[in-house]
Write a protein that binds this ligand. Structure first.
Ligand code: FRU
Length: 487
């Protein structure tokens, strides 16, 4: 049996063994086993396709396959057969991250083949490959792979880290940006171009970080938004700057001027894409509605993942897809509209005053909360979700420090800690949209000015929600809907 069928068969035979306790209601996960980066995010022949880094045989990272899910609306996903397995010389130790593009009605995948060069996998080389499909479901690898080989790596670029092609078309050319580093501890992005996706030429080192911005850049993404260039990269071991970049790895963006012909991107300031705990290796796509959508792996390397233990048999999930909007020299991230179609059981409060803690007379596991606070006299105010006898996840605004804080010290099992980010009140008001799922929280602050994403693993009984303040504040409106996708 070939490797793809073998993996498929294994999933079908084992998926009943999943422990469902933390299986997410409205976020994409693998059908069984491990997933990481989103790959090949595209709208093709009307449907959204999202592929992902996948090791189906266990809830740990292993030789990478590409899982595949298809959706009409980015919320309800159906699993398609696995798209790629590591079964050729040029990808024998993993089909690593990559992206998708449509050409002549076909769906093309451009991905990295990982090849170990030493016995223990510590040494490796990486090349870029092509696969294609007529129906968007069954893929064939191109018979002249690799399409970008080791010999096409320029000087001043690592011969080892050379991965994660993100493909796009501009004018007559197809381009890929590739994750790289200069071999001296600075992440960088390489640009290549092609007329047919098969023959590629190196254009330039498009952009390079400094020594604070991570020793290697993974999963680059380059696009234009309202006339400006945007570069997003996943920076390994980015150095902390105060409250920012306190995770092992960080996703950062730059807005700047792009000269695609010369292959030069003038980097503007560097900002975090998300200010929480768990957001990595995102990928964007432009859909037919003209939206620039982004989805990320809702986990973090080097952090414990509770569903790897106790017979859960799965690990890894995607964030809610978000729409990117440029507001001057910043990006805003908003939940996609489609999520509203899954709202059920509306609960609301209007114009109430709080001073102390108040429980809402509703409980839920998977829901959306929209709250508008008027800070009044309060020094501190916020909301607690997935609250039980001893558990709570705190989302709180501190007026004295002008900080929004996500604290998961008492969230349940799983990693703890808090993340903080600077937010200014507008007319003394704070607006939150919060998405809670069985083991995740995503907060959109002030219409997407900043987002904070984190995984939490509360007990089944921790279902309460409370609002609180130190000093009097008012909630001008609070709306809550359960979100139900699964039948
Ligand atoms: C990012 C990453 C990519 C690589 C993939 C391997 O999370 O390390 O650079 O292609 O994961 O699974």
């Amino acid at each position: 049996m070939n490797k793809l069928d073998e993996a498929e068969k294994y999933i079908k035979a084992n998926k009943e063994r999943l422990n469902k306790q933390y299986r997410l209601e409205y976020h994409l996960m693998g059908e069984y086993g491990w997933i990481n980066d989103p790959n090949g995010f595209i709208q093709y022949k009307g449907k959204y396709h999202l592929f992902y880094q996948h090791y189906p045989f266990d809830a740990v990272w292993g030789p990478m396959h590409w899982g595949h899910a298809i959706s009409e609306d980015l919320i309800k996903w159906h699993y398609a057969p696995l798209a790629l397995a590591p079964d050729e010389e040029y990808d024998k130790d993993g089909c690593f991250s990559g992206s998708a593009i449509e050409k002549d009605d076909k769906l093309y995948l451009v991905y990295t083949g990982n090849i170990h060069t030493g016995a223990d996998g510590g040494e490796y080389k990486q090349v870029q490959n092509l696969a294609y499909s007529e129906d968007g479901v069954h893929f064939k690898k191109y018979d002249k792979n690799p399409v970008i080989g080791q010999e096409q790596i320029p000087e001043r670029a690592s011969k080892r880290d050379f991965r994660d092609p993100k493909v796009f078309k501009k004018g007559q050319y197809y381009y890929v940006v590739l994750g790289s580093n200069d071999g001296m501890g600075n992440g960088q992005v390489l640009l290549y171009r092609s007329l047919d996706l098969k023959q590629w030429e190196f254009v330039n080192i498009l952009a390079k970080g400094d020594e604070t911005m991570g020793y290697n850049w993974e999963c680059p993404d380059l696009f234009e938004l309202d006339g400006k260039g945007v570069l997003i990269v996943s920076a390994q071991h980015m150095k902390a700057r105060g409250n920012d970049f306190n995770n092992p790895n960080s996703v950062i963006y730059f807005i700047g001027d792009l000269d695609i012909e010369k292959g030069v991107f003038q980097l503007g300031d560097c900002h975090a894409v998300d200010y929480g705990f768990d957001f990595y290796a995102p990928q964007t796509t432009l859909d037919k509605l003209g939206r620039r959508l982004i989805v990320a792996w809702m986990d973090m390397w080097e952090m414990p993942m509770p569903t790897q233990e106790r017979g859960h048999n799965w690990a890894g999930a995607m964030t809610l897809p978000r729409e990117i909007v440029r507001v001057g020299d910043r990006l805003y991230f908003k939940p996609i509209e489609e999520i509203k179609n899954y709202r059920k059981n509306h609960y609301h409060l209007r114009n109430i005053k709080i001073n102390g803690e108040k429980y809402l007379d509703t409980i839920s596991e998977c829901y959306e909360l929209e709250i508008e606070f008027d800070a009044g006299e309060a020094r501190e105010f916020g909301v607690k979700v997935r609250k039980g006898k001893e558990e709570e996840t705190i989302l709180c605004y501190s007026r004295d420090e002008s900080l929004f804080i996500f604290n998961r010290d008492k969230s349940g099992i799983g990693p703890k800690g808090e993340r903080k980010t600077n937010i200014a009140l507008k007319n003394n008001k704070l607006k939150l949209r919060i998405f809670v799922d069985r083991c995740s929280v995503e907060v959109f602050i002030n219409d997407g000015e900043k987002t904070m994403t984190g995984r939490i693993y509360p007990g089944k009984e921790s279902l309460n929600i409370s609002v609180f303040s130190k000093g009097e504040c008012s909630i001008t409106r609070l709306d809550k809907w359960d979100i139900a996708v699964l039948p």
